[in-house]
Design a protein around this ligand. Sequence first.
Ligand SMILES: NC(=O)c1ccc[n+]([C@@H]2O[C@H](COP(=O)([O-])OP(=O)(O)OC[C@H]3O[C@@H](n4cnc5c(N)ncnc54)[C@H](OP(=O)(O)O)[C@@H]3O)[C@@H](O)[C@H]2O)c1
Length: 232
Amino acid sequence: MVTVAVAGGTGGFGKTIVQELVKQKRHKVIILSRKASPVKDLDVPVLAADYSNPASLRTLFTDEQVEIVISAIIMASEQSNQAQLNLIEAAAQTSSVERFMPSEFGVNYTPEMLSFHPAAAWWLSAVSALRASNMQFTRVMFGWLTDFLGTPHFPSNLSGFKYVLDFENRRAAIPGDGTDSITFLHSRDVGRYVAALVDEAEDGKEWPEISAFAGDRMTWGEAVKLAEEVTG
Ligand SMILES: NC(=O)c1ccc[n+]([C@@H]2O[C@H](COP(=O)([O-])OP(=O)(O)OC[C@H]3O[C@@H](n4cnc5c(N)ncnc54)[C@H](OP(=O)(O)O)[C@@H]3O)[C@@H](O)[C@H]2O)c1
């Protein structure tokens, strides 16, 4: 058994990861949140985390003897970027935390992307901080979520998000010419994969810097064709 803290375990990906870890009944799981309120349908302790205070995070990790930190904090602002950087700093200063999974769950953010996607800097700053630490870390990437293609008919903890395909208004806006290949996966499978990485950690297996995997692979053109068939 290892003790895993999931920061942002109240949100879409975080809750899904916690659910999969709990299902295994193998590890001790705690959720870190800005407020210590229970999460609906989850019997997991929720601890208040002051992300602006690395010293208090360090005390929390040490008191709980946390061995693995999974960040599922949404990377949507400079504030949440700083919260994750403080989490990394605090974890690196403990003797208990050995591994860290940053909030990635998407694509391979690279410095080349910065010119057209400045927010990539948030993912890259976490990678730099982790490389400078003595913790093992792995960046989970898989592409695009199928959750967004099936809501509200398919269960998901993720909030709906329209991208490329707008089922409601029967519209599609394809980036490029539609022949680029995209990989898709449901968030529940990402949760299972993350839980398997935690098992591997317990078994002493080293984490690679990048843990990339895929479910379905198709082009946006094929996805639009499928959507047309499904919706008639
Ligand atoms: N590949 C894809 O298609 C895809 C799709 C969606 C998301 N993602 C990625 O998955 C990750 C998580 O996304 P999500 O949709 O699951 O996020 P989310 O549900 O919007 O938010 C997750 C949690 O972040 C915490 N949070 C928000 N602002 C914060 C702040 N300023 N400081 C600290 N914590 C804060 C909140 O927890 P508390 O309120 O409890 O503190 C929230 O529950 C992101 O890295 C995102 O890019 C990928």
